[in-house]
Design a binder for this molecule. Structure first.
Ligand SMILES: [Zn+2]
Ligand SMILES: [Zn+2]
Ligand SMILES: [Zn+2]
Length: 360
């Protein structure tokens, strides 16, 4: 409650809540109606019944809003992150009340074909908790190559604001991010004027003349590069080749299909996938990095044969889905052409399968 002198209680952690502050004296006069009708309803696409409560301190221009559920809260925060420059927010500051030091991460991959699992594995090294929220879609519903995650970072650690997997750059944005150098990939200074080595991060030489051999940018070991990484091969053989197709719709809140990576007591990363099946939560737990001496037996079939075997039981919709997560851009383009140039569903299926059979 507002006190006599108009002071505002300290910023406390309240779940599913945000604090809207009119930072600009002109906006003080806009008041509660503006916050609800313009910021929450119009900008944030929240309907009134999704607002659980608002405590307002009008003399200070402070409005503490609690949403009716995590889905609404996340949807609002998602919109805020993408459209933070919206003119309707001019003169207002919006702060989340986070439980723990939880942060929203936005990850931008410069290629759609980098497996999400590998991005999760890299981020997981810097996080105590990491949960995949979904793909970020543009206003036409098309994926923007960005993913959203929720994370709790390890103490005094930030994930790099830019890293590479193979030759693809991946950028990472989060609230409270310190200044970062995109050249040498270290925090603490900007790229302009940086002379540190892009390979080892030391001063006195550049990446080309670095005496230290390049390491694999996925597992960070020497002796091989990303393309020949044994960790990736094990994961590929064990996992399915299809990327998760969970997506964040900016309008409706997302609820299920969450993936989280946590470290267990031995410091090993554990992935949990929570699927909501008719209201029931079913966690499947599987270790990501397993130290094992098992040999993975790979049948010697051609790529085409293997793919044909994988697809022959699938229907057209499943094939379409799988093609979206395709790992080879030439093949993806060829299949995409088939799909967009063919009208009938059964013809798409036939054409895709015959293309797959023709692969070497
Ligand atoms: Zn630098
Ligand atoms: Zn160097
Ligand atoms: Zn490696």
């Amino acid at each position: 409650m507002a006190t006599e002198d108009g002071s505002v209680p300290a910023f406390v952690r309240v779940k599913n809540s945000i604090r809207v502050i009119a930072a600009n004296p002109e906006n003080l006069e806009r008041g509660l109606a503006y916050v609800v009708q313009v910021i929450l309803e119009d900008f944030g696409r929240v309907v009134k019944r999704e607002i659980l409560a608002i405590q307002d301190y009008p003399k200070r221009g402070v409005y503490d809003v609690t949403f009716g559920g995590e889905g609404v809260y996340r949807s609002f925060m998602g919109i805020l992150q993408v459209f933070s420059n919206d003119p309707r927010l001019d003169g207002f500051k919006i702060l989340p009340h986070f439980a723990e030091e939880e942060r929203f991460l936005v990850i931008k991959s410069y290629s759609p074909f980098v497996p999400l699992k590998e991005i999760e594995a890299v981020l997981g090294r810097y996080c105590k908790k990491l949960a995949f929220v979904g793909k970020i879609l543009n206003e036409l519903g098309i994926w923007t190559l960005k993913y959203r995650f929720k994370a709790v970072f390890e103490k005094d650690t930030y994930p790099p604001a830019r890293f590479r997997l193979g030759t693809v750059n991946i950028d990472c944005f989060f609230n409270g991010m310190p200044v970062f150098c995109k050249r040498c990939r270290q925090y603490g200074h900007a790229m302009e004027g940086c002379t540190l080595c892009q390979n080892c991060g030391k001063d006195g030489h550049d990446g080309k003349s670095c005496p230290i051999a390049k390491k694999c940018n996925f597992c960070l070991q020497g002796g091989h590069l990303y393309g020949g990484c044994p960790q990736r091969k094990v994961e590929k053989a064990a996992g399915d080749p299809v990327m998760p197709s969970t997506s964040v719709d900016l309008v409706s809140p997302l609820s299920d299909g969450e993936v989280s990576i946590e470290k267990d007591s031995k410091g090993q990363l554990v992935v949990k996938r929570i699927k909501t099946v008719k209201g029931k939560k079913k966690p499947e737990v599987s270790p990501v990095f397993v130290e094992s001496s098992e040999t993975v037996v790979v049948e010697s079939r051609s790529r085409g044969e293997k793919l044909y075997k994988f697809y022959k039981g699938k229907n057209t919709a499943e094939i379409k889905d799988a093609v979206e997560g395709w790992s080879d851009s030439d093949e993806y383009e060829a299949m995409d052409k088939i799909i967009s140039g063919t009208q009938e569903n059964k013809d798409i299926r036939k054409a895709v399968l015959s293309y797959i059979r023709g692969l070497m």
